[in-house]
Design a protein around this ligand. Structure first.
Ligand SMILES: *Cc1c(COP(=O)(O)O)cnc(C)c1O
Length: 311
């Protein structure tokens, strides 16, 4: 893609992303709208892949990555590849027949952006043509380059916090790999020595021990680790919990904002169960992902056709 087109695209990134005040369950929160960064390249994947949008990679012609066939990271990488004029090969270990025959959500959008989907087992790079021109991205964008864009997120929050004269701010965001929460806490502590800004998170994909392990792999110094909060019951990623559906509907009803259906429902449930967090001004980070709602919402509506929000 000619570079002036890319420059044009990047100018359209809505940064710093806006912060608004919302009221949910009679409690006031601030909301960082990273879901509004760009219609296609939004949320925490835009932050995590920002490095690959901003820097020059004269030898790269192709992105190779792997993961699930409906992931937000897969879709965002398809947008990044398209913006940069690169190819994109994505490996899955399986894909549901239904999805193949009825493409929807992140999968359809990524295919439309030119993604080549391949079904195979690792190691993937042996299966790909060309060796030196490949940019390999770990599942979910869990890699050190993610810090580049998340540092900018930290700086945006610090500038806003100073502007609002908030001495002690608490931040909440739900985690998958924990990359965003970890780099956010680390950079807030490094860049904002005179104010206290703590990051709280919850594991949506694995359990607390899994998330701690992820943090340690990215940063050995535990003073930079976010605080992990959980509910008592075990939670399985992608499972249709009535409580998750309910809180998602309530969020929409009370705030007018569409949240993601995979991470945010658990995130909000955990946050509401820990009122000590919102004893200080609290900023919730909306990390995007709403394109993936299409498939989840259809499944929820089939499972709970007449849900009652009062109960
Ligand atoms: C990827 C993603 C997450 C998890 O981010 P991690 O950095 O892996 O913890 C959370 N919310 C949404 C909407 C996402 O797309």
């Amino acid at each position: 893609m000619p570079s002036h087109h890319l420059a044009e695209k990047m100018k359209n990134l809505n940064l710093p992303s806006p912060i608004q005040s919302i009221t949910f369950q009679n409690q006031q929160f601030f909301l960082k709208r990273d879901d509004l960064i760009h219609p296609d390249f939004s949320g925490n994947k835009a932050r995590k892949f920002y490095y690959f949008l901003q820097n020059d990679f004269p030898n790269i012609t192709k992105i190779v990555s792997y993961g699930s066939a409906q992931s937000n990271a897969m879709y965002s990488l398809s947008v990044l590849a398209k913006m940069r004029g690169w190819g994109f090969e994505y490996f899955v270990d399986h894909i549901a027949e239904y999805l193949k025959e009825n493409p929807h959500g992140n999968y359809r959008a990524a295919i439309e952006n030119g993604m080549r989907l391949r079904q195979a087992q690792p190691p993937f790079l042996e299966l790909v043509e060309g060796k030196n021109d490949i940019l390999f991205i770990e599942e979910g964008g869990r890699q050190k380059e993610a810090e580049y864009g998340i540092k900018l997120l930290a700086q945006e929050i610090i500038d806003w916090q100073k502007d609002q004269d908030i001495k002690e701010l608490n931040i909440f965001l739900p985690s998958g790999t924990g990359t965003t929460a970890l780099f956010l806490q680390k950079n807030l502590l490094m860049l904002n020595a005179e104010r206290l800004t703590l990051v709280f998170t919850t594991p949506c994909v694995g359990d607390k021990a899994y998330l701690q392990k992820q943090f340690l792999e990215l940063e050995s110094d535990e003073k930079y680790h976010p605080t992990i909060l959980t509910l008592e019951n075990k939670h399985h990623f992608g499972k249709l919990y009535k409580e998750n559906y309910k809180i998602w509907l309530k969020l929409q009803q009370q705030t007018g904002v569409e949240f993601d259906l995979l991470y945010d429902p658990l995130g909000w449930r955990v946050l509401l169960a820990h009122p000590e967090v919102f004893s200080n001004p609290t900023l919730y980070i909306h990390q995007g992902g709403v394109l993936g709602n299409e498939s989840m919402l259809a499944r929820y509506e089939r499972k709970y056709p007449s849900i009652n929000l009062e109960l």
